[in-house]
Write a protein that binds this ligand. Sequence first.
Ligand SMILES: Nc1ncnc2c1ncn2[C@@H]1O[C@H](COP(=O)(O)OP(=O)(O)OP(=O)(O)O)[C@@H](O)[C@H]1O
Length: 550
Amino acid sequence: MAALETGSRDVRHGEARENATGFVGALLPVRSASKDKLMKRKIACDQEEKFSLVRRMMLRPRTGKKAQSTMAVRTRSQRSSRATVLKSDETSSDLKEDLDKEQLYEPKVGDIVLFPGKWPGEHRVGVVENVTSRETAARSIVDIQPLQRLGQTSTYVEGAKRKAVWMESGDVISCNDAEYDEKNKVWHLPALPSLMADDQNRQLSLVERNQGLQEYERLKRWLIQGTVATSALGTAYYAVRNGVVETIAFAAGSLAGVLYLTLLQRSVDRIRPAALSPEQPIATTASDEDGERQHIAPVFPVARYALPFLLILGLFSIREFVDSARQRLDDRDTSAAASVERSGSSEALLKRQVRFARNLPDLSRVPPPVEAIVVTGPSGVGKSTLIARLLAEFPTHLGYSVSTTTRAPRSGEIDGISYHFVSKEKFLADVEAGKFIEYASVYGNYYGTTFDCRPGCDPGVASPDMPSDQSLDAFFIWIAPPSLHELERRLRERETESPTELARRLAAARQEMQRADRSPNFDIRIVNEDFEVAYGKLRRVVLALLHGQR
Ligand SMILES: Nc1ncnc2c1ncn2[C@@H]1O[C@H](COP(=O)(O)OP(=O)(O)OP(=O)(O)O)[C@@H](O)[C@H]1O
């Protein structure tokens, strides 16, 4: 053992260092080497030593007591054996002999192997798909396709998701006993190679894992409780501040959120380590949950990824539903208002007024910017129809000013409802007294609109044919027909005018429309082609005016 003797001599001369990296360093021919060369060789030997250790770690225990130890235990035992070698000045041939006793496992494509899972202490079974050896490293890279255990059986199948993992060859253990069933395309593993750590290590990893799981359970509870509490508060707030529909929409959204969170947690629960119970051996690769996962695998990922989109879609649908419900309620209230107007039911009227009052301003606090809203337009354009709808919708906020005329009442016309029928003298006296919003002389008779309105609230809606030039703090709206032809059709269909009267009204309408086009007195012009569209525009304007915006 010349080399060893050299080392021994160095030790004697005090030239060898304590940190000469063990017995391999002691094999260096120190005397004949320069300092640089010495360092290079030392590094080479360091690597060589590491390599030998790596090789020893990769050795798979086959028989005897050692076969029961884990890889971790083997690493420790390697260290202690190395110390023993140093102490006892064992020779390199002794080491080789020691190494030769063990066999180095080199995975091959198609081998069934046991490899570490992502959880501490977890091990899984897989089939080797590829082995890539590396020139610069002792270990090769092994691509492994994980297998799934079927329930508690010793049968393994390929997972639904084919996703290979890679390991270093030293980290995998061969499962020699695996048998492939060609017909059913499954592997039978009568016994897994045991990887049990010593009891102390095992207990430690279990304690750590249980602590982690407890924290996770706490976090889960906290998340769900927090979301439920926030949802309940939000729903209560909506119930107090907004209507039923908004509250239902918010509650539905919250419920969907909680449901999604629960599903997400269930999904996370399913990727727990295979062996959770302390009684269950850590080396078990898969459990019942894996089998269960296999069944739900194709369904659950789809649901998981589709759920956020479904939620968004659902929220949009709820919004649509809320809008349409609101519209339906509005329509119902409007028609209810009209029927209540007719039937005169004070209870229904009160209910309707309360409902509308929620969205309408308190006029004592928000004074409207105008004293009157004047709706003007040619005869037959639809003024009365539009105003009737407005009055039905805002009965407490709008009143209607009945026009005053000096013409004689026609059959069926009632004084005070159709018109205020007054004498020419009285009319002119009221004009002098400034009682009229507007007045005009038409075909020898006076027509005018006063500030008095029914049922006596402010602002009123007046329906004069044309606004007068007198100064009035009113908002003037011009309602135009889509065409003269359509105007004539409406008047004819109304059947309230004689042919002569109809012709006269149409001629007057032509002139009024020309004057209205040039008149600077109108604040807004609305074409009444589609009734709902025209009413929608009118309604928005009136609401803005009621809320103090001009
Ligand atoms: N957008 C519309 N499309 C079709 N018909 C309409 C429309 N608006 C109103 N009408 C109809 O036109 C006719 C005339 O309407 P309305 O009596 O309200 O007009 P008016 O302007 O008040 O007339 P007048 O000034 O002579 O009282 C009614 O039969 C009404 O139902």
